[in-house]
Design a binder for this molecule. Structure first.
Ligand code: PMP
Length: 394
């Protein structure tokens, strides 16, 4: 039977990681894979995470199953982190999930249960796994214009024009902050317009919030999500703790469903727990417990927020430095967009040939669409990248 399987096309980023590892050059620079790295190239365990784990080790009395939708304390702490303290309690359904990816998967499955003819709008471009999950599920996928190749900012007029085609029963997948792969984001006035348009069309937003705290700060990065949540009767939010808590392999995420009324909330809550049961049964708890411990302990929370802020401002400093170095070498401000982008990623706007040349001649690894991971840089490698960008004529 298994011999009938067809080979899967390899994940491009994972293939790039393997190529990087095999490259013998000492000066090689990995700007490919989407994990945060500090100035020494490590993805550290955050201080508060370590302390929370020590506490859990001392105090945990059982490893029996958690609740099917996950621990209530985790779900409440995360809902507050994302939506703020003013929660729409009567309209809010929540389930813990296997990472942000698991939350997206359960969210799409939920929408498909409610509407078997589901269509999902995704930004062009978007995180490739969005498209591949939707294709795998056989869900009709439509794209809306998002990235302006000329300005390297958001093509907002194009986005609005395309989303006018959305209708009730559609999902519109939005990146809550730190758009992956482009780094270009909506400002709050634009979120406002998107909310109005969604209200007009009757489509349901699905907000992917994978980088809260990596862009402009914990609250600022949730501002668009909160605005949408306060304006629309129905909103799905799939959030990840992988990046902002640095607990990638613990697979910690959550799906929030804000519903039009409490009766619908009860239906959604039941359906979401059912989907957990059908997919993996009980959600993992260790990462969720770490997150709950940190968010509910004032001292640990302060420490976590401080370290996250160091991560965020460190990436902003690297962006500023890169723009300065490029300004000096190019004699122009045409790379200023890199400082306007937020999060780990920026789409440089290089051709596939230029990306290939950077890899072959300079040992600088970018994803093929010219997405670069700012966190892969440090003060010493920024000038090297800047020079290479100028040399290859980007
Ligand atoms: N959404 C986006 C846009 C992402 O970049 C990622 C991580 N690469 C995720 C969701 C999922 O994160 P995870 O499943 O690792 O929590």
């Amino acid at each position: 039977m298994l011999s009938n399987l067809q080979p899967q096309s390899p994940d491009k980023i994972l293939a790039l990681m393997a190529e990087f590892r095999a490259d013998p050059r000492a000066e090689k620079i990995d700007l490919g894979v989407g994990v945060y790295k500090d100035e020494t190239g490590l993805t550290p365990v955050m201080r508060a995470v370590r302390k929370a784990e020590e506490r859990i080790l001392r105090e945990e009395t059982t490893k029996t199953y958690t609740a099917l939708p996950g621990e209530p304390a985790y779900r409440e702490a995360m809902a507050r982190l994302i939506l703020g303290d003013d929660l729409p309690v009567d309209r809010l359904a929540t389930v813990a999930s296997v990472g942000g990816t698991g939350a997206l998967r359960v969210g799409i499955d939920l929408a498909r249960m409610a509407n078997p003819a589901l269509r999902v709008w995704v930004s062009d471009p978007t995180w490739p796994n969005h498209v591949s999950i939707l294709n795998y599920l056989g869900v009709e996928t439509l794209t809306y214009r998002y990235f302006d190749a000329e300005t390297r900012g958001v093509n907002f007029d194009g986005m609005i024009e395309d989303l006018r085609g959305a209708k009730p029963g559609d999902l519109v997948l939005l990146h809550g902050c730190c758009h992956n792969p482009t780094g270009a984001n909506l400002n709050i006035a634009q979120w406002d317009e998107v909310a109005a348009l969604l209200a007009e069309t009757g489509a349901t937003p699905l907000i992917d919030l994978a980088y809260q705290g990596f862009g402009d700060g914990l609250d600022a990065d949730a501002a668009g999500t909160r605005l949408i949540a306060s304006r629309l009767p129905e909103v799905l939010i799939a959030a990840s703790c992988s990046k902002n808590f640095g607990i990638y392999r613990e697979r910690t995420g959550i799906l929030l469903a804000i519903c039009p009324d409490s009766a619908t909330r009860d239906l959604a809550q039941g359906a979401m727990a059912h989907l957990n049961r059908q997919t993996f049964s009980f959600p993992p708890d260790h990462g969720a417990r770490i997150v709950t411990t940190i968010l509910t302990d004032p001292e640990l929370r302060r420490d976590w927020e401080t370290e996250l802020e160091e991560v965020r401002t460190g990436m902003l400093d690297l962006r500023e430095q890169l723009v300065r170095e490029l300004r000096e070498r190019s004699g122009s401000d045409r790379f200023g967009f890199l400082a306007a982008h937020r999060g780990m990623f920026s789409r440089l706007g290089a051709t596939p040939e230029q990306v290939e040349t950077l890899k072959r001649d300079y040992g600088i690894y970018l994803v093929g669409d010219s997405r670069l991971n700012i966190a892969g840089l440090n003060k010493n490698t920024v000038p090297v990248l800047a020079q290479a960008i100028i040399d290859v004529g980007i």
